[in-house]
Design a protein around this ligand. Sequence first.
Ligand code: C5P
Ligand code: C5P
Ligand code: ZN
Length: 474
Amino acid sequence: MNADVDVESERGPVPALHDRAVACADHLHDADRVLLASHIDADGLTSAAIASRALERAGIAVETVFEKQLDRAAIERLAAADYDTVLFTDFGSGQLDIVTEFEADFTPVIADHHQPADADTEYHLNPLLEGIDGASELSGAGASYVLARALGGESNRDLAGLAVVGAVGDMQDGDGGLSGANEAIVREGVAAGVLSEETDLLLYGRQTRPLPKLLEYASEARIPGISNDEAGAVSFLADLDLDLKRDGEWRRWVDLTGEERRTLVNALLRHAISRGVPADRINALVGTTYVLPDEEPGTELRDVSEFSTVLNATARYERADVGLAVCLGDRGPALDRARHLLRTHRRNLSEGLQWVKTEGVTVEEHVQWFDAGSRIRETIVGIVAGMAVGSSGVRHDLPILAFADAGDGELKVSARGSHALVRRGLDLSAVMREASRAVGGDGGGHDVAAGATIPADAREAFVTHADRIVGEQL
Ligand code: C5P
Ligand code: C5P
Ligand code: ZN
């Protein structure tokens, strides 16, 4: 082995973050107990699972709590818990200006990937501080994994699978799979035998959906005569020379042999070409996928993308404890509970999306928006907004703002853009922060996806500010 490689591997999976990770790890090693606070989505849950496992393995006692959003009230609650060290995962950077006001109460250690606020602190692990993109190259779970490797070395490589679930849950993958720092984590997971990388059909639900539903529900593929078309999907399948059912039940993608899968993919590509689907969307039908080989085939946890939906179905419904237990290996009661929550989550997403399609959006000069009031839960309105962009009636060339009641006289805003808009200068984290602060709220996030909370009566003023700021950016 040559010397360069040796030095490289000693600097962990993401060498640019090594020094920051070691500083954080050293501080944690010196603490005898740590309060771990994380965010309530798939990336936040996997971050917490990775960090808490690594702390336990290092002999450091840890208590884990979750917050919907890290505002002053949440930080005050953490301070009141009376720990000398608080580890923040998947949030913390965006609210660093508030967090640092509490440094007399606790020492913060942060493993995050959000756009940092204008402040700094000693133990701060964030890809954006080293020129690595926090929206596409490293997630909160990825940052937590880098920290775990600094805490416990190569013995923590088995946590790489969870880091990939977090990155995919934050939509950091493209047709070519994960890239940048995430790719180094993928390599470690594959080497540790906890992850496999496969080129496969890129439709959501390969493990669990009956074949007609796999095709019908894949609305992002937008294949005329199949997507969003139940009868079309069934008749497309019936024309193939395939056994579609076993014991009277529809087979799923995982139930097909390699030969049968090739038959289906080839027919799907031919169908898409004949219906004039553009080349970039046809190419995006097949790509890199990630599988957790230790999970039972045909279950929601086998495919990282389905796994991340299970986690969102728990934490976004005030059951982060259930999602965390699943991440930590509970395949009994917690998984049963998670499956139950998943049914509710799916129904809510589908009803929410239907509502947006029926009501439509209001188009301003530079943004489009809808206000779901209390019809869509504030914790999932961002997911619905992202799904709506792929559907008819919603423009692709404008960022979308989605409002939902947050209770206590507050409105939640979720903003979603596209990579094409980001290339033209869009930075939704700045839009959300500036427009929300202008109306007495707060927000932040990533260039392509961000959020805020504002006073309930400030919607109109907020839209005006956001429209102007986006206009200045583009
Ligand atoms: O708080 P956190 O960073 O974990 O959340 C990132 C959010 O941004 C997720 O809800 C994810 O779905 C969204 N996102 C998106 N499109 C992207 C990247 C991220 O909607 N291209
Ligand atoms: O909640 P939503 O899915 O819209 O969040 C999108 C992104 O914006 C996430 O990364 C989230 O952590 C971030 N966000 C934030 N501050 C808020 C709301 C959301 O940084 N007040
Ligand atoms: Zn995240």
